[in-house]
Design a protein around this ligand. Structure first.
Ligand code: 3HC
Length: 682
């Protein structure tokens, strides 16, 4: 293995450069390398100051998360930070890229920090269920105001170099060549300055304590890492530095072993694995420099905005003049609001709008690199549009359908271009859910898949590759989830009871609240058809126009004051259906509901793996976390299957179905995993 740390001596200074691609994570070999280089530099009389820098596209983006499940090896990152801070020669960190977690902690232990203008700095440990564990909770509040230090740790969101400089986290921004500038500056920074002795931000104890008390307000009972961050920051004021560091390390070890952190770390790697598209290795994706969207309604508008926001010229073809007017109003309003909120400037908004071509003329898509069909549920119109796309698009164009319900090959049959036709399914609401499914068949050319992948990434979405089958991954999982929820309703639970149970589990909303929000009819259209639906209630509600928030009533009634109450009329319909079906009503506990719905998701996931629709269990989990709001700290349903064991899941499902009603067909892969006591692995 190439040595991950290099030492150079120039003009009486030592440059320690970390080189551990892709993100220069501070694994054991890197820590050893830094320590060795550091000792050489310290003992070299010709060296007056030491510069810590990194090669590649970033200063270390953190500790090596892969090592969190391994036994600790010296020097630990906190030890290394202490050694650097205690250096009798000044140490300057030259920062670029994403300076995150342990990377920022290393920089904070240096005596000075100079950053490239594009650098982002953050302490994202909270997103892994952790607190900074290499002195971050102690050094951040010594370098910057306590409220900002708490914010950095409690949100986990990075801040840009300019803000970091305003706050005092860094000492300067180097406009030109970072290393050259730092080399030139080094003589000015000729005194060691240990962060641990800085007292300025600790001087007003009352204000400091007010900030930590304010940070505690509204914390959830189970927010362990957040609580520890606040405790440790408070210790920065109240306890000697080394004792507070010790406290931080003990808390870090506790959080590391917590279920929440283990689940979040699993989700971190699953998300990254889901972005890997095996067929794209060595493939040049079809470049996408222009996009057309054919469709009307909010989803087409949201996709258009997402494309405009990443700088692409967009043609939006609406079937009628009314659609053009609506789109123009909505998109114009959107940029107006963005500018008013200060998220963009008026000029930026105008610039993005200038790249929009709104028309009713389908011929306008002719020159686009990628075309997305996103018309309404009108099947004839949709098929006409797809045929037309196939006829008029330029030969290299990638043709996409924003749908999940296509039979494999159906899309290609309409466009007549099997190598370039794929599903590009945006989860709704498109502006808040960031999942995009890319549904492919074996006929689709890798360069077309690559084009869809790149577009999704450029839009800041999370792409998920799956085989094109009705429902893809997301809607098949959604259908299974709702079928199980409906089974509990039929057995005697109320929508409110099911919703509450799932919110307590950690879902952002329950299945019935979610349907009311999205509109019951739209969700019905997404659900996979069953020969005998578990519950007729949803289709009866659609027939009665009782489709949710949009019309003021669905499973709940929505009052003007903004609150919602259970809809008694829907309850009457439900009771009537139970009577028709001669159901013996029995109570279900919250945990029975939670276990039942999660088991249904696991079973659907097993079926998706079995028929090859999904590539890996991690893909399914990623789809659930980012498409349905499954609590990230619980990893996802397939992760839960491995925790609980396939045998237990199967036993639970069989027990529930025996008591009736039957709401799913048990996947043979689940049976196999249960019989062989195996887990669902990558
Ligand atoms: N440890 C190990 N591997 C890491 C890593 C880390 N801290 N950060 C990223 N990687 C790996 C990814 O797994 C991925 O590997 P792969 O190519 O084999 O799948 C590769 O680096 C590239 O990562 P991304 O695909 O995420 O690349 P991006 O360019 O999109 O994003 C990033 C780069 C913003 C740095 C993003 O990777 C990220 O946010 N990383 C996590 C940062 C983090 O959480 N740091 C804190 C770690 S905990 C810590 O430091 C504890 C300390 O307080 C003691």
């Amino acid at each position: 293995m190439k040595h991950p740390v290099r030492l150079e001596r120039r003009h009486g200074r030592a440059l320690i450069a970390i080189e551990n691609p892709p993100v220069n994570a501070l694994g054991h070999a890197v820590r050893l390398g830094i320590l060795a280089a550091f000792e050489v530099a310290l003992h070299d009389d010709a060296v007056s100051s030491i510069i810590l820098a990194a090669n590649g596209h970033t200063f270390p983006a953190g500790a090596d998360i892969n090592e969190f499940d391994m036994p600790a090896r010296a020097p630990s990152l906190p030890e290394l930070c202490d050694i650097i801070e205690a250096s009798p020669k000044p140490v300057i960190a030259a920062l670029h890229g994403m300076v995150l977690g342990g990377g920022l902690e290393l920089a904070m232990a240096a005596h000075y920090r100079i950053a490239h203008p594009g650098t982002q700095m953050g302490l994202p440990e909270i997103k892994l269920g952790l607190l900074p564990g290499a002195g971050g909770t102690q050094r951040a509040p010594r370098l910057m105001p306590v409220r900002d230090a708490l914010d950095l740790m409690l949100t986990g969101d990075p801040i840009p170099a300019k803000r970091a400089q305003q706050l005092g986290l860094i000492d300067g921004i180097a406009e030109g060549d970072l290393r050259e500038t730092v080399m030139m500056l080094a003589p000015e920074l000729d005194q060691p300055r240990a962060t641990r002795y800085l007292r300025h931000h600790l001087s007003d104890g009352v204000d400091f304590m007010a900030a930590t008390s304010a940070a505690r307000v509204g914390l959830k009972e189970d927010a362990e890492a957040s609580k520890w961050i606040i405790e440790c920051v408070e210790a920065a004021l109240l306890v000697p530095f080394d004792a507070a560091l010790q406290m931080e390390q003990e808390a870090f070890a506790d959080c590391l072993a917590s279920e929440a952190s283990i689940g979040l770390r699993y989700a971190f790697f699953a998300e990254r694995l889901a972005q890997k598209f095996p067929e794209l290795k060595g493939v040049d994706a079809t470049p996408v420099e222009s996009v057309s969207i054919v469709g009307e309604g909010l989803i087409s508008i949201a996709i258009t905005i997402a494309c405009l926001n990443c700088g692409l010229p967009v043609t939006l073809v609406s079937p009628g003049e009314a659609g053009v007017t609506l789109a123009l109003d909505r998109i114009g309003d959107f940029y107006e609001r963005e500018a008013q909120a200060g998220r963009i400037t008026q000029t930026q908004g105008a610039g993005r709008l200038s790249k929009l071509n709104l028309t009713t003329d389908m011929g306008a898509v002719r020159q686009s690199d990628l075309i997305i069909e996103s018309v309404s549920a009108n099947v004839t119109l949709r098929e006409t549009v797809l045929r037309k796309m196939g006829q008029i698009a330029k030969p290299s164009a990638v043709l996409c359908a924003n749908r999940s319900d296509q039979e494999p090959g159906a899309l290609a049959a309409l466009t007549g271009r099997p190598a370039q036709s794929l599903a590009l399914h945006f989860f709704a609401p498109t502006n808040s859910l960031n999942l995009v499914e890319i549904g492919v068949t074996d006929d689709v050319a890798p360069k077309a898949v690559g084009a869809a992948l790149q577009l999704a990434k450029r839009m800041g979405k999370r792409p998920l590759r799956c085989q094109s089958r009705p429902g893809l991954v997301g809607d098949r999982m959604l259908s299974a989830y709702l079928d199980a929820a409906d089974a509990f309703l039929l057995k005697g639970a109320s929508p409110n009871q099911v919703d509450t149970a799932m919110r307590v589990y950690g879902m952002p909303q329950g299945p019935y609240e979610m349907q009311d929000r999205a509109s019951v009819d739209l969700i019905q259209a997404k659900r996979l058809a069953r020969a005998a639906p578990v519950l007729l209630l949803p289709s009866r509600m659609v027939q009665a126009g009782c489709v949710g928030r949009r019309v003021g009533q669905g499973y709940y009634k929505y009052h003007q004051a903004g609150h919602a109450t259970p809809n008694e009329e829907v309850m009457h319909l439900l009771v009537a259906e139970r009577r028709e079906k001669r159901i013996d009503v029995a109570p279900s506990s919250a945990s029975e509901i939670q276990n039942g719905l999660i088991a249904a998701l696991i079973n659907a996931g097993a079926a998706l793996l079995e028929d090859g629709t999904a590539q890996t269990p991690g893909d399914i989990d990623t789809a659930m976390v980012h498409g349905m709001g499954f609590p990230r700290e619980k990893g996802g349903p397939m992760y839960q299957a491995n925790r609980v064991g396939a045998f237990e899941i199967l036993r639970g499902l069989e027990h529930m179905q025996k008591a009736g009603p039957v709401f799913c067909e048990i996947a043979s892969l689940l049976r196999k995993k249960a019989a062989e006591r195996e887990s669902f692995t990558k």
